[in-house]
Design a protein around this ligand. Structure first.
Ligand SMILES: *Cc1c(COP(=O)(O)O)cnc(C)c1O
Length: 394
């Protein structure tokens, strides 16, 4: 990105110089790379020396590390988080005529993977406090065609899995966790990913554990499922040129596995830094008297949040975002439209008004920068600017 040299007017409340008001990025991957560069280059060089790019030994090593991380019996790399979800559904032979219950307030890949198998995403509205699927509304969405629940641990906070598992178990409905944004998050003492039948992770660069390209991983405690997933990710083949299933080409690159092993060692420190930044935002929201206008993320008792995103709720969200942008302060909207209102899902027949909490959230959410390398001064600038916006809007 070219450096913006435009002079930015310091806000009345701040005594900062022009330099301090320079724009900063929403996510600073270059700053993170600078702290691990030598380790990364050594790991990459090993792979380049060995030239074993597909399913090289670094893949199995990383899978074992992820088994320890998630306390899952089996972890299997694949090409992306989207593929992880697709493979998980394929492991249950989910297809035309089947229904999968999920949330409309998520990244497109969650419901997209269901629809790509010609199964039907059945949406259930969210809890406005957590942005995750409202477990009280799941039972009413179950039909004889329901083949799986696909909750999402949105923004790094686990979905409330226990009530879901209680509904699912007597009906033998598997719970597949979309943990793409939540590596390291905990739910009542357990890491996400192996609480349901299958967990799906993504190593897209902006996730808390991001690769240098696409990557994904599946976790499960079932040996039978693990065995099927292993076959599905390599063209449905167990022995070369014998195809027992209709599979895909979806493996985690050796290079990505080597890089991710290096980064995994830092994951918990980075998550701690994200939590520290989240607490700092909360303190600043208090300090600036914004508690009634800015709703910070809530963390229910027994949950450990990893803050892939720090998402606040505000009225006049679009005006605030523009105001921040003018002052060089980055923010993002996750997500501007719930999936049931997207053209790609029009055939499902949903309409505006069907999921009022998701629709309200889409109008009010704003993600603030939260990455580990963010400084206290930058966070103060963010909250100071939000305070000035509210002062002038009054
Ligand atoms: C990122 C993400 C995915 C997809 O992961 P990719 O690796 O980008 O394919 C799926 N679900 C959610 C909730 C995500 O945030």
């Amino acid at each position: 990105m070219a450096t913006q040299t435009k002079e930015l007017k310091p806000s009345a409340a701040s005594s900062s110089s022009a330099g301090k008001d320079a724009p900063f990025p929403f996510l600073d991957l270059k700053a993170q790379y600078a702290t691990i560069k030598d380790e990364i280059l050594a790991a990459v060089q090993d792979v380049l020396r060995d030239q074993h790019f597909i399913m090289g030994p670094q893949v199995a090593t990383f899978e074992h590390e992820m088994e320890r991380e998630t306390k899952a019996c089996f972890a299997l790399g694949c090409a992306s988080g989207s593929d992880a979800i697709l493979l998980a559904l394929m492991a249950y032979d989910i297809g035309p005529g089947d229904e999968v219950i999920t949330t409309p307030f998520t990244f497109v890949a969650t419901a997209g993977s269901i629809a790509r198998l010609r199964a039907k995403p059945v949406f259930v509205d969210i809890d406005p406090d957590t942005f995750n699927i409202d477990t009280n509304k799941i039972a009413a969405a179950i039909t004889p065609k329901t083949r799986a629940f696909l909750p999402v641990h949105l923004f790094g906070l686990a979905s409330d899995l226990d009530p879901m598992l209680k509904i699912a178990a007597p009906k033998s409905i598997p719970v597949i966790e979309d943990a793409a944004q939540a590596i390291g998050a905990e739910y009542h003492g357990k890491p996400v990913g192996a609480i349901g039948e299958i967990g799906c992770f993504s190593y897209f660069p902006s996730k808390n554990l991001g690769g240098y390209g696409d990557g994904g991983l599946l976790t499960t405690n079932s040996e039978k499922l693990a065995d099927k997933l292993k076959v599905l990710r390599i063209h449905g083949s167990r022995t070369k040129y014998d195809y027992e299933l209709l599979g895909m080409n979806s493996r985690l690159d050796t290079l990505q596995a080597a890089i991710l092993s290096v980064k995994l060692k830092h994951l918990h420190d980075w998550a701690d830094a994200r939590r520290r930044n989240a607490d700092r935002y909360r303190a600043l929201i208090d300090e600036f008297g914004l508690k009634n206008v800015v709703k910070a993320p809530q963390v229910p008792a027994g949950f450990v949040h990893v803050y892939n995103q720090f998402v606040i709720r505000v009225k006049q969200r679009d005006a605030l975002k523009a105001f921040l942008k003018e002052r060089g302060i980055p923010s993002e909207i996750y997500y501007p439209s719930p999936l049931h209102l997207q053209p790609a899902f029009a055939n499902l027949g949903y309409r505006a008004g069907d999921f009022p909490e998701s629709e309200a959230a889409a109008k009010e959410v704003l993600a603030l920068p939260i990455y580990p390398e963010l400084t206290e001064a930058q966070q103060r600038r963010v909250i100071e600017a939000i305070a000035s916006f509210h002062k002038q809007a009054q």
